[in-house]
Design a protein around this ligand. Structure first.
Ligand code: Z5A
Length: 222
């Protein structure tokens, strides 16, 4: 049985990493095989490209070139980590995926949408998320959280963008969630972490039935 694929999306400091980890713990508590990963990165090749992208070294080449590099990283990540994990029945939790490219390079960066779509076909193919949790926090609050977490370390290439860039991201994520209701759920992530985590768990149970997946695995093994 193919595993399940959940991506976490949202602007800076919305709590994606926090909630991906909390959900991974919960699913592992059901003895499910869980792969917790992130983008850009998540595989050896993609982590090298991550360094280039977040250092800002690719920024002078423009959003189309950055989109190509994000897609190259994604292709390696999908081929070497995500697809094999799904094929063996694992639950893949990915901190950022295709919606980040659509929103950061596509909407905010104004990369050519035809390029974004073509890159998605090449790098992702049928390895699309079953569920995308879009964490929604006002950019001012998210940026404050991200700055507090950095504890004085310098901001990366995207964190350095002006507030109106982050407002664009926020609006674009809300629109993306609205346009794909079968895959995306918008979550009010301003609330305390435990309340957000409970809502995420309820959605995952309703949409992907982890208890049932566990029972089928146990049956197959017996
Ligand atoms: N990018 C792109 O442009 N195109 C692409 O295709 C892809 C990515 C895949 C990757 O950065 C950058 O690459 C990203 C987009 C771009 N832009 N930036 N910067 P990254 O991997 O280094 O980091 P990130 O993905 O941007 O993470 P983040 O947004 O900074 O953080 P987060 O994962 O959403 O949040 P967190 O680390 O879980 O939480 C932040 C802090 O808030 C932390 O101290 C938590 O304890 C706290 N927190 C979390 N939830 C709460 C609640 N509910 N209340 C209070 N405090 C909370």
């Amino acid at each position: 049985m193919r595993g399940r694929f959940i991506s976490f999306e949202g602007g800076e400091g919305t709590g994606k990493s926090t909630h991906a980890k909390l959900l991974a713990e919960r699913l592992r508590g059901l003895a499910l095989d869980v792969v917790l990963t992130r983008e850009p990165g998540g595989s050896v090749g993609a982590e090298i490209i991550r360094h280039v992208l977040l250092s800002g070294a690719a920024q002078p080449f423009g959003p189309d070139a950055e989109a190509i590099l994000f897609a190259a990283a994604r292709a390696d990540h999908v081929d070497t980590v995500i697809r094999p994990a799904l094929q063996r029945g694992a639950w893949v939790l990915c901190d950022r995926f295709i919606d980040s490219t659509r929103v950061y390079q596509g909407v905010a960066g104004q990369a050519d949408p035809r390029i974004i779509r073509a890159l998605e076909r090449i790098s992702v193919g049928d390895a699309m998320p079953d569920l995308t949790l879009v964490l929604d926090v006002l950019p001012e609050i998210g940026l404050q959280r991200a700055a507090a977490r950095r504890r004085g370390e310098s901001a990366d290439r995207f964190e350095q963008e002006a507030l109106d860039f982050h407002v664009k991201l926020h609006n674009a994520y809300r629109a993306a969630a609205e346009q794909a209701p079968g895959r995306c759920v918008l979550i009010d992530a301003v609330r305390p972490k435990d309340r957000v985590a409970e809502e995420i768990w309820t959605i995952v149970q309703q949409r992907l039935e982890p208890g049932r997946a566990r029972a089928s695995l146990a049956q197959a093994a017996s």
